[in-house]
Design a protein around this ligand. Structure first.
Ligand SMILES: O=C(CO)[C@H](O)[C@H](O)COP(=O)(O)O
Length: 224
């Protein structure tokens, strides 16, 4: 899939954790091709979600592309476990602490046969990720301060940065996807699309409504 094709990614964080297998199936039946999994260590962000065991459990129930977002310090330390668990993309934060460094970690992700993503928080300038843009498959621009679902889309703080990332990609002949995550609904997804996003992570807006298929179709129509 190229970096211009729009895609809605349900975020498992908003699913019912007591029924993970059926929640994964619900996303698949609603038309999802990629599933977003938020890993939080209670340290890099102020919340704890799940680790490689959850990724492995989900993998057993689906062929969907698993987009794993590591909101953790020392992602390089845990990398191999997420690869083994069945991740298809692993995204790491530019703001995280590393035993080695960002570049080495991105190269390790790709040499494990997995796609590599880089993430930046709303307060982090685009300049921080520039040195790594030639070595990634995906750039995730957080549209909320990460840690919790259900927050409001931070348009003013993040959209200029998204546009900058799109212009930089296009002028440098790069191909990374531009992903947004946080507060993405039918009214905010088109704003992100206009600024260059093609991957839209949807927690509350996808898993919240009783009919997930209708919700996903509405979100897809909003960015088509
Ligand atoms: O990374 C995240 C929060 O840190 C999530 O992907 C979260 O699930 C987004 O949720 P919502 O769509 O409800 O804003």
């Amino acid at each position: 899939m190229d970096c211009h094709t729009p895609l809605i990614l349900p975020s498992l964080l908003a699913a019912d954790f007591a029924n993970v297998a059926s929640e994964v199936k619900r996303a698949e039946d609603a038309g999802a091709k990629w599933l977003h999994l938020d890993v939080m260590d209670g340290n890099f962000v102020d919340n704890i979600s799940f680790g490689p065991a959850m990724v492995q459990a989900v993998r057993k129930h689906t062929e969907m592309f698993l987009d794993v977002h590591l909101m953790i310090h020392r992602p390089d330390h845990y990398l191999d476990r997420f690869v083994k668990a069945g991740a298809n993309n692993i995204s790491i934060h530019v703001e995280a602490e590393y035993n080695t460094d960002v570049e080495t970690t991105l190269k390790r992700i790709r040499s494990s046969g997995v796609q590599a993503g880089l993430v930046l928080n709303p307060a982090t300038p685009f300049e921080a990720v520039k040195p790594y843009l030639g070595m990634i498959d995906l750039l995730l621009i957080m549209t909320v301060v990460p840690g919790f679902g259900g927050q409001a889309f931070m348009e003013a703080e993040t959209m200029p940065k998204l546009l900058e990332a799109k212009k930089y990609r296009d002028t440098h002949n790069l191909r990374y996807h531009l992903e947004v995550d946080g507060g993405i609904y039918v009214n905010t997804a088109p704003i992100a699309k206009r600024h260059g996003a093609n991957l839209f992570v949807c927690g509350t807006s996808a898993y919240g409504p009783p009919d997930m298929k209708v919700a996903m179709e509405g979100l897809a129509a909003a960015v088509s």
